[in-house]
Design a protein around this ligand. Structure first.
Ligand code: NAD
Length: 270
């Protein structure tokens, strides 16, 4: 990965995840800075990873090659307006991880010649298992695309979408998805507790089954998910009986409806 000066505007969970991935992958810490108004989070990042901490968004952005906008979406307009009056974005790469803020909005805020890529990460990035959707307008160079792919590749996998609307699909299929699995695991834990297991035992049973299933999926990339399911489903057996109930209760249709609801909500937020 090319080494460029990167500044993070915002020192929250997502900035921490990406910084951790970069530094643990060998990216030089002295090329990374982080800016936020209050010192707590940014100084903790500086202490943990040896990066530079600052309260001055504009000075950091001006001195950087890559500006990662990592503040909450509702703060984005204010943060960009303040930067716009003090920073020249010519020759810089701007990366936004904010949900629901479209490229067109960044052009309005920071100028039409802005070189920007939108990133939709998810929280497993915190443990190096992220899944990020990436969208770049056509004018973004291959070099900048490669840099962005490698940056997010340091905390997981990446999926490029050709159309910005595809980012909403990424939100439904990956961004919001950890919560779907948490809900499923939570329901299983509760049911196991009702069967007499302690809360800790129930959690361990469910957690290990979930991570084991995910590991099997990863270890068998050529095998379809339905084949993996069939491999643990003997005819007339216990698994078949459980799956019959899921199907009778329309689990696949419910999942599709839930994901569509996430897309609709993402569209409303734009
Ligand atoms: P967070 O609340 O943990 O962090 C936001 C950070 O912005 C804080 O450190 C805060 O101090 C800082 N900040 C506030 N005002 C600022 C200003 N004027 N200048 C500079 N910094 C300022 O949020 P997060 O979870 O890290 O999310 C950051 C972005 O990532 C959001 O836009 C969110 O939509 C996006 N995102 C988050 C997730 C997720 O699961 N957490 C997933 C995808 C995208």
């Amino acid at each position: 990965m090319q080494h460029r000066k990167i500044t993070f505007i915002g020192a929250g969970n997502m900035a921490r995840a990406i910084i951790a991935g970069l530094v643990s992958g060998g990216y030089p810490a002295n090329l990374i800075s982080v800016c936020a108004p209050s010192p707590n989070n940014r100084d903790a990042l500086a202490a943990d990873y040896g990066i530079i901490s600052s309260a001055d968004n504009a000075a950091c952005a001006q001195g950087a090659d890559v500006v990662v906008l990592a503040v909450k979406p509702q703060l984005m307009a204010d943060v960009c307006q303040a930067l716009q009056s003090q920073v020249s974005f010519d020759g810089k790469l701007v990366l936004s991880i904010a949900a629901g803020v479209q490229v067109e909005r960044f052009y309005q805020l920071l100028g039409r010649s802005l070189n920007i890529v939108r990133i939709m990460p998810n929280t497993p990035s915190l443990v190096g298992k992220g899944m990020s959707g990436l969208y770049a307008p056509p004018q973004v160079s291959q070099q900048d695309r490669d840099f962005t792919g490698a940056l997010m590749g340091s905390v997981g996998k990446v999926c490029w979408v050709d159309d910005e609307n595809g980012i909403n699909g990424v939100i439904a299929a990956a961004g919001s998805a950890p919560a779907y699995f948490f809900l499923f695991m939570e329901s299983m834990q509760q049911a196991a507790e009702q069967m007499g297991f302690s809360s800790q035992q129930a959690r361990e049973l469910v957690q290990q089954a979930a991570s084991g299933a995910a590991a099997l999926v990863e270890a068998n990339p050529e095998t379809s998910l339905s084949t993996l399911r069939e491999q643990v489903t003997s005819k007339g057996g216990t698994t078949a009986e459980a799956l019959r109930v899921f199907n009778e209760q329309h689990l696949p249709a419910t999942v599709a409806q839930a994901m569509q609801a996430a897309v609709s909500r993402a569209q409303e937020m734009e």
